[in-house]
Structure formats: structure tokens, C-alpha cells
Design a protein around this ligand. Structure first.
Ligand SMILES: [Cu+2]
Length: 494
């Protein structure tokens, strides 16, 4: 925000460039405010045209595609997606494209907002360590994608070279509380989603249109957790959404909201009351919605495996007071056993047969343990590590250690392990001693976790960081659950 203010302050300067069309018409000259996602430059309040100077630098840089996953991105402005450009319908745009000397390849820019050959591509073709300039008149209002169009075009786009330019209409859209910039795109790596380390581009997967990542704003976690977009109950939110592709069409949806208005494909036509809107590769949409109740809204591509398994997921965290008339929250929570019951029985029988088969084969056993340990690690990191820490060492005096914990070791190596399973199901409070140190605090209950998940977590914690114990099986947890469920030892949520 500070940066924005500074840039705006540094803006309106009157000068004349001998090269440009604007020189003859004596337009006022200003430098465009460029922002990084999810920020959008402030609305343009001018009511007459100007000559707007856009300065953009191409950089090839290594960044995060997901937690621990590195990728060499080719970028407009240092990040994916490229910086957001905002001009006004009728403006003359003088575009300066620089290609950093550290780049290995030439690049250029094709702006869909340009009326002219290649959208500026040929005029902006720039070798490493050079810069180019061209000028165009923003004749058509709307939200437009820009991208690199240097051969092989698909590869330049696949590596991150795209962004949005908004040509604000002469009659601007009404002011809203928040404007955000969200751009979907895919990444193609040989390795599967989430595999750590530096992952190179896979031309084969790009040709097969089979991405390992589908993301918003350049990475799988660009808008989740602490990086979620904030809003308040009562706010109207406008999202400028683009799809860089290179291949897929987005079925853009916000879980928990309905779009009050959609500027279809980023143009002038407005649709109302929309659940999901299609955004073609190389296309856009503007959506607006008022948030009525607090909670977390989830941005997804409703081609839903992309959202939950490939990264196309973002969050808007809405703060504010509940409105029970609009949304009640959970009103009934009862056990319901219908037609599926028989099938569940059969499935659990098969699972336990499978388990027994594994127990009789040492190779299968060791593979199965590795799978469980890996699942346990992920579950631990999602459910326990915020308190007990990733390395299991806890926080002295506050959260007891699991690494080398005598308390855990004793209970994980008993014949009957109901007590330790009960701690994960019901939580724990009251005084305990771990490795000679006293703790008297509260661990919240995690009753919504499945038997298999608890088994995996406990197997992981009791076999990591030097700990050792037998594998916990889902059946063992299931049996323990029936014994502990009525006698909670502690719970942060009464
Ligand atoms: Cu390029």
C-alpha cells in the first residue's frame, strides 16, 4: 500500500517524447501504477485521455510453485502472474519492455488490449539486456490478458509469462470496497503435484494438456492460510480474473458465494446471479459479490480435482458478525444409517482381510508402513505441528515434546493402547509430566479425524525422531474409540 501511494505521488509529470503520437496531441503524461497479484491499481479518476507510460521488466527467476517445490519462472515484473496494468479507454499507452541481462532468452509481449498486428509482439521483441518501445491506443474497454508470444509460445506462457491489463471504461464501474487480481494457470512438470525440489518444465505433459499444477497467482498456496485475501461482512468484492492457460478453460467458482454480477469474458455484457463462470485460456471475467456472512470463501476451478489435488484453490477470509437469518450454521447433527450401511460393512471386512494379508508378508508390510508413515507425516503437519512443532520438539513449558517423549513411549508400547489413542480423539488437559518436566495445559479434541488418519498420525509420531513403536491400525483405533468416546479426558471445545 505504501508502495502504491509513493508511485501515485511520483506519477503525473509533463514531458514530451519526440517519438510518440501523443507529442502532437499534447496529452498529459503519466506513468502507470503497476501492482502485483492480488493487488489491483487504484481506479483512474481522470475524465479525459492521457498518455500512459508502462515500464515492465522481464526476468527469469526461481520461485515457489508449492511448499518446497521450486520452478524456474519466466516473468513480467519478477513474479507470476505479471503486474496488473490499468489504463483508461481512449488513453495512448507507451509501452517499454526491458529484458534483464540475466535472461537466457529473448521475450516480447502480446497484449490482447492492443488493436494492431500481434498485439505488439513483433514491436516488443527484446533480447536479453535490451529494451523496446511501442505505442498503442486503448480503443476498447475491458479486461484483457497479455502474454509473451516468443517461440515456442506455449513454453513461454507455460513458464509464467502472462498478466492482465484493465482498460477502464469511460464510464467506470461503480466503486467497490475491494478489488483483487486473480489469475489462473497451469504448470507442467514430470514430477507429480507436491514432489519437492526443483522441477523442470515438461514439454510432453504440456502437449498432453496434463498439468501437474493448476494454480491461482502463480503458486499452489498464493492465497491460502496467512496469505488469504481479507474482507469484512457487508463488503462488496470485485475480482479481476484472468486465465493464462496455456491449455485449460477455468470453471471459476467461489464456494459459499453467488456472483451478483459477472462481466462475461471481461467485456461489457453483464450477467446476474451466477454460480460458476467460464474463463477461456487467454480470457478473463470480472465478478462482483457482496459478502453477507463471516467465514472462509474458497476460490476454485470447479473442475474440482484441479482445486483439491492440483492447487487451484484460494481463500477470502471474511470477518464480521454472524447473520443467522442468512446462514444458520449447523442445526442438526445426528447419526444416520441408510442404504450404504451394508456396503460399509462389506468394505471394512475386505479392508481387514487386506490388512491380515499384509501382516503375513514382510515386503508388503514394510511398504505399507512407509505409506502410513507418509500419510501420517502430512496429517501431523496439518493437525499437530502448529503446537508440537514440525520437528516434534514442542515448545518448552507450553507444548510437550513428542520427540523422545517418555510419556508417549510408555503408552505407545503397551499392549492396550487405548489411552494414547484417546488423547488424539478427546484431547488432553490437567497436569502431566513429560521427560521430567511438568505441563498443565489444554490439547483440543480432534474427534472429526477418521480412524485411519489417527492410526497414521500415531504411527508417524511414535516412529519418528528416534521414537519406536508398533504400527497403529485403523481397527485398533476403531476399537479404542468405542472405549474412550464416552469419557473425554479433555477438550477445548466443550
Ligand atoms: Cu517469453
Amino acid at each position: 500500500m505504501k508502495l502504491l501511494a509513493k508511485t501515485i505521488a511520483a506519477v503525473v509529470v509533463l514531458l514530451c517524447s519526440p517519438l510518440s503520437i501523443a507529442a502532437q496531441t499534447k496529452l498529459p503524461v503519466e506513468e502507470a501504477v503497476l501492482t502485483r497479484a492480488p493487488n489491483v491499481p487504484p481506479p483512474i479518476t481522470r475524465t479525459t485521455p492521457a498518455k500512459v507510460i508502462v515500464k515492465m521488466e522481464v526476468r527469469e527467476t526461481v520461485g515457489d510453485l508449492s511448499e518446497g517445490v521450486k520452478y524456474t519462472f519466466w516473468t513480467f515484473g519478477g513474479e507470476v502472474p505479471g503486474q496488473f496494468i490499468r489504463v483508461r479507454e481512449g488513453d495512448t499507452v507507451e509501452f517499454h519492455l526491458a529484458n534483464h541481462q540475466s535472461s537466457k532468452l529473448p521475450h516480447n509481449i502480446d497484449l490482447h488490449a492492443v488493436t494492431g498486428p500481434g498485439g505488439g509482439a513483433a514491436s516488443s521483441f527484446t533480447a536479453p539486456g535490451h529494451k523496446s518501445q511501442f505505442t498503442f491506443k486503448a480503443l476498447n474497454a475491458g479486461l484483457y490478458v497479455y502474454h509473451c508470444a516468443t517461440a515456442p509460445v506455449g513454453m513461454h506462457i507455460a513458464n509464467g509469462m502472462y498478466g492482465l491489463i484493465y482498460v477502464q471504461p469511460k464510464n467506470p464501474l461503480p466503486t467497490v470496497d475491494h478489488e483483487f487480481y486473480v489469475m489462473q494457470s497451469e504448470f507442467y512438470t514430470n514430477a507429480r503435484f507436491g514432489e519437492k525440489g526443483h522441477q523442470p518444465f515438461s514439454m510432453e505433459r504440456a502437449l498432453a494438456e496434463n498439468p501437474s499444477y493448476v494454480v491461482f497467482n502463480g503458486s499452489a498456496n498464493s492465497m491460502t492460510g496467512e496469505r488469504a485475501i481479507p474482507a469484512k461482512v457487508g463488503d462488496t468484492v470485485r475480482l479481476f480474473i484472468g486465465n493464462g492457460g496455456p491449455n485449460l478453460v477455468s470453471s471459476f467458482h467461489v464456494i459459499g458465494e453467488i456472483f451478483d454480477r459477472v462481466y462475461i469474458e471481461g467485456g461489457t455484457a453483464v450477467n446476474h446471479n451466477v454460480q460458476s463462470t467460464l474463463i477461456p485460456a487467454g480470457g478473463s471475467a470480472i465478478v462482483e459479490f457482496k459478502v453477507e456472512v463471516p467465514g472462509t470463501l474458497i476460490l476454485v476451478d470447479h473442475s474440482i480435482f484441479r482445486a483439491f489435488n492440483k492447487g487451484a484453490l484460494g481463500m477470502i477470509k471474511v470477518a464480521g458478525k454472524e447473520n443467522k437469518e442468512v446462514y444458520s450454521g449447523k442445526e442438526v447433527d445426528e447419526v444416520y444409517i441408510g442404504e450404504v450401511a451394508r456396503n460399509v460393512d462389506e468394505l471394512s471386512k475386505l479392508k481387514s482381510e487386506y490388512q491380515k494379508a499384509i501382516e503375513q508378508d514382510s515386503t508388503l508390510q514394510s511398504i505399507s508402513k512407509k505409506i502410513v508413515m507418509n500419510e501420517g507425516k502430512n496429517l501431523y503437519s496439518a493437525n499437530c505441528s502448529m503446537c508440537h512443532q514440525v520437528d516434534g520438539k514442542g515448545v518448552a513449558g507450553v507444548f510437550p515434546p513428542l520427540a523422545g517423549s517418555d510419556y508417549l513411549a510408555k503408552r505407545a508400547n503397551k499392549k492396550d493402547r487405548t489411552e494414547i489413542i484417546g488423547i488424539v480423539i478427546n484431547g488432553l488437559n490437567g497436569p502431566i509430566k513429560v521427560n521430567g518436566q511438568d505441563y498443565n495445559s489444554v490439547m483440543p479434541a480432534l474427534p472429526q479425524i477418521s480412524d485411519a488418519d489417527i492410526a497414521a498420525i500415531l504411527t508417524y509420531v511414535s516412529n519418528s525422531w528416534g521414537n519406536e513403536a508398533q504400527v497403529f491400525s485403523p481397527d485398533e483405533v476403531k476399537t479404542a474409540r468405542t472405549r474412550v468416546v464416552d469419557t473425554p479426558v479433555g477438550s477445548a471445545h466443550p
